[in-house]
Design a protein around this ligand. Structure first.
Ligand SMILES: C[S@@+](CC[C@H](N)C(=O)[O-])C[C@H]1O[C@@H](n2cnc3c(N)ncnc32)[C@H](O)[C@@H]1O
Length: 278
């Protein structure tokens, strides 16, 4: 039985993490999870991956940072022993690294990586987490690319947590759930738990769309089928980020070192007290 979480401390810690999050780029399906759901999700992930090496395959939400920070801040007494974020957005990678450096999170790191490339450290992790593009226009094939990289990260053994759309009124979400579960099964993983309709997002054109936690675990002996990681076949590219949106970017580069907690100078103009008199 885990101890009760001090909600006040937890929300304030996650608020620090949210301040540090780069703004989302909708072209790549970056849509951030709401803060309350981040708090709950971080506790779930910390409990699930307690004492393990955890790879995040993409993490614009910064759940990775929240999980690491809550442990160091002693809001949670449990959590992963090591967390690495693999993301193609340099703003995300640098934001994770800067936060880890500033707050002394020695067990948190990030690497620039595109899921279309072979995975750099196959088998180096015990579990993986992914909140990928949700594959609404390709029947979940983009989800499967991210899941495949996660499975490579854990060497075809261990556990995964996949965060994808969950909505009873949308056929595409049901088809994606079925396709991702079928793909996981073909790769030697079974669905070990599902927490339905758990998270909401800052998604202005579809604020009611929610996601679930889909937990998968390897069948015994699955590590023996380990195959070398190779680049993703182009046949999986169509509609990757939505209708007619193929991947064409290797990395999103950071142009300047921003301070996400402060308004940039080009966002406002100061009208001085004396100005009204001419
Ligand atoms: C696609 S978003 C999904 C929505 C999620 N709520 C979020 O904003 O993180 C997940 C993460 O995947 C990353 N991502 C998108 N395409 C990628 C790619 N080809 N390789 C690696 N990471 C990618 C994004 O930068 C983002 O951080």
């Amino acid at each position: 039985m885990r101890e009760r979480v001090d909600l006040h401390k937890a929300i304030n810690a996650v608020s620090d993490v949210v301040q540090n999050r780069p703004r989302p780029l909708r072209d790549f399906d970056q849509i951030h999870m709401k803060t309350g759901d981040m708090v709950v999700q971080s506790e779930i992930v910390a409990d699930w991956a307690d004492g393990k090496r955890l790879a995040f395959i993409g993490d614009g939400d910064a759940v990775s940072v929240a999980v690491a920070y809550l442990k160091v801040r002693e809001v949670l007494s449990f959590g992963p022993s090591q967390i690495t974020v693999f993301d193609f957005d340099e703003r995300t990678v640098n934001a994770v690294k800067r936060f880890a450096d500033k707050e002394g999170l020695s067990h948190l790191d990030a690497q620039l990586y595109n899921v279309l490339d072979p995975f750099p450290e196959p088998g180096a992790y015990d579990c993986f987490y992914t909140n990928p593009p949700w594959g609404a226009s390709n029947n979940g094939e983009s989800v499967n690319v991210f899941v495949e990289r996660g499975i490579e990260a854990v060497g075809y053994e261990g556990d995964g947590l996949i965060v994808i759309a969950d909505d009873d009124d949308r056929d595409w979400a049901k088809n994606v759930l079925a396709n991702v579960q079928a793909f996981s099964s073909r790769t030697g993983f079974y669905v070990s738990r599902m927490q339905r309709k758990l998270h909401e997002y800052h998604l202005d054109d579809d604020p009611l769309l929610r996601s679930c936690n889909l937990f998968v675990s390897a069948v015994p002996g699955n590590g023996e089928r380990r195959v070398p990681s190779v680049a993703t076949d182009k046949s999986r590219f169509p509609n990757f980020y939505g209708n007619a949106q193929e991947p064409r970017v290797r990395y999103v580069r950071e142009l300047k070192r921003p301070d996400y907690g402060k308004a940039p100078d080009d966002e406002y103009r100061l009208e001085l007290l004396g100005d009204q008199n001419g």
